[in-house]
Design a protein around this ligand. Structure first.
Ligand code: NAP
Length: 248
């Protein structure tokens, strides 16, 4: 059976590393992005040059119509999805909770929680044996922040990842008997652009001494955990989490 994967937020960081590794492991890859057409197209072209199959797919996963259109595009151009990596996620400027307004909270929860639910929903409709599918695997990107709470930086983001963890457990149990496994990966401090959107591009440098392994992680190190959970080597693993956080 052909392996077809959707990586949300596949244009940069952990998503891009996952898209490349998935292509190396024989998946046809849909590289979702929201704005960065150039980055997504570059990844698609690189995968194609290496003999793989890939498409770029623009969609704001927090919008229901976009999430539906994303899966329809993949149906038409690659086929029925067999693996979903719910990777797209955002954080905003570091601040204390008393300074957060409703608009910010809604943006964070719309992408990090609603978007994850919408994409999982569309995947289940295609994967579940209850709906005539042949099964599949979902990996949700949570964060060590779900355990640590991110005080003084982004408690909203940490709470959204706590919601992702709870959703992962509940959904895994809900669809366990329908051929679908659902797991989470909780990265720690990984060297990507996301820290710049929090207003501190050199955050890893500041924090690295507090990490037991005394360094930040690389996107590829997270991608390897994701690909393991997607693989048949993880065939009895569902509702579980891998922390990729250097011991933090
Ligand atoms: P990143 O470098 O900031 O990349 C974010 C990706 O998400 C980009 O591809 C971006 O697309 C896409 N995106 C953002 N909003 C979207 C939306 N509404 N719809 C579709 N795509 C959207 O992020 P990252 O650091 O690789 O993080 C990936 C995941 O890991 C996130 O869920 C994050 O919370 C989690 N995580 C990261 C770290 C870390 O230290 N980096 C730690 C723990 C957890 P464009 O390129 O088009 O903007």
């Amino acid at each position: 059976m052909e392996k077809i994967i959707i990586v949300t937020g596949g244009s940069r960081g952990i998503g891009a590393a996952t898209a490349y590794l998935a292509a190396q492991r024989g998946y046809a890859v849909a590289v979702n992005y929201i704005h960065n057409h150039e980055a997504a197209t570059k990844i698609v072209n690189n995968i194609k040059h290496s003999g793989g199959k890939a498409i770029a797919a623009a969609a704001d996963i927090s919008l229901e119509a976009d999430a539906i259109a994303l899966f329809n595009q993949v149906d038409e151009q690659l086929g029925k999805v067999t693996a979903l990596v719910n990777n797209a996620g955002i954080l905003e400027q570091q601040m204390r909770v008393e300074n957060m307004d409703a608009a910010r909270l809604n943006r964070i929860f719309a992408v990090n929680v609603t978007g994850v639910f919408l994409c999982a929903r569309e995947a289940i409709k295609r994967m579940s044996t209850k709906h005539g599918g042949t099964g599949g695997v979902i990996v949700n990107l949570s964060s060590a922040a779900a355990r640590l709470g991110s005080p003084g930086e982004y408690v909203d983001y940490a709470a959204s990842k706590g919601a992702v963890d709870t959703m992962t457990i509940g959904l895994a149990r809900e669809v366990a008997n329908e051929g679908i496994r659902v797991n989470g990966v909780r990265p720690g401090f990984i060297d990507t652009d996301i820290h710049a959107s929090g207003g501190e591009s050199n955050r890893l440098e500041r924090i690295k001494d507090s990490i037991p392994m005394k360094r930040g992680g690389q996107a590829e190190e997270v991608a390897k955990a994701i690909l393991w959970l997607l693989s048949s080597e993880a065939s009895y693993t569902t509702g579980s989490f891998i922390d990729v956080a250097g011991g933090r």
